[in-house]
Write a protein that binds this ligand. Sequence first.
Ligand code: 5RP
Length: 262
Amino acid sequence: MSADLSPIDKAKFAAAKRAADYVEDGMRVGLGTGSTAAWLVKCLGEQVREEGLKIRAVPTSTRTAALAQDVGINVVSLDEAKWLDLTIDGADEYDDDLNLIKGGGGALLQEKIVATASDQMIVIADAGKKVDTLGAFPLPVEVIPFGWQTTKTLIEETLTGMDVLGRTASLRLNGDVPFVTDEGNYILDLHLNRIGNARQLSLVLNQMPGLVENGLFIDICDTVVIGHGDGKVEVRDINAGTVEQNQIDFVENDNLFTDLAE
Ligand code: 5RP
């Protein structure tokens, strides 16, 4: 069944499988959102079912919550868990300092709350997510629906004074209606092309009324696990300054590979 996976899916799986090694019995674990995080949830579900792994997991979206419950993971709210040992999530971009753009899946608000409430955040990604400078991927920002067009104009005007190469914002759509987040908000995607000062931009954006949170994750991620289509995995730990290479074998396993959706 793994032969049916594209190289990119194999890379995502390899990263997720390696990152699952960080999860230990008794941990409170944040579960990210997106296609890479979905592999992680499936890997952890397998460990729960077959090895008796006991964890309490806090999902970062209704999608992830549904998948986690489906695969047998004990799901709790962040308020129940209070604090987490570890969060594992995907990313849309990461740079050399492990600063990130997230929110491609529209879950950036819960993702940032959960990652910030964790002792450690591990990002799982294929190698294509690495950039020298953040910003080629449109930066998602979550805005409240009330007055969103005014908020959009305010953002675009504010971008005039920022170190970015593009300055337009577009409302994310779901078909021909606005995409609505789990919190009932909208997403604006900021087409910046290059973000010269991500820390400053994040602070400025978050001061705007109507803007709930932005998709820049600055100084939140500790480790990135980068998967490749041939099963090679690289683990970069920013705190320890280490880089480790591993190899993941694609073992045929119908349970894990049956559902390739997400
Ligand atoms: C969701 C996210 C995802 O982690 C990000 O979009 C990466 O997704 P994928 O693993 O599908 O490439 O931030 O809000």
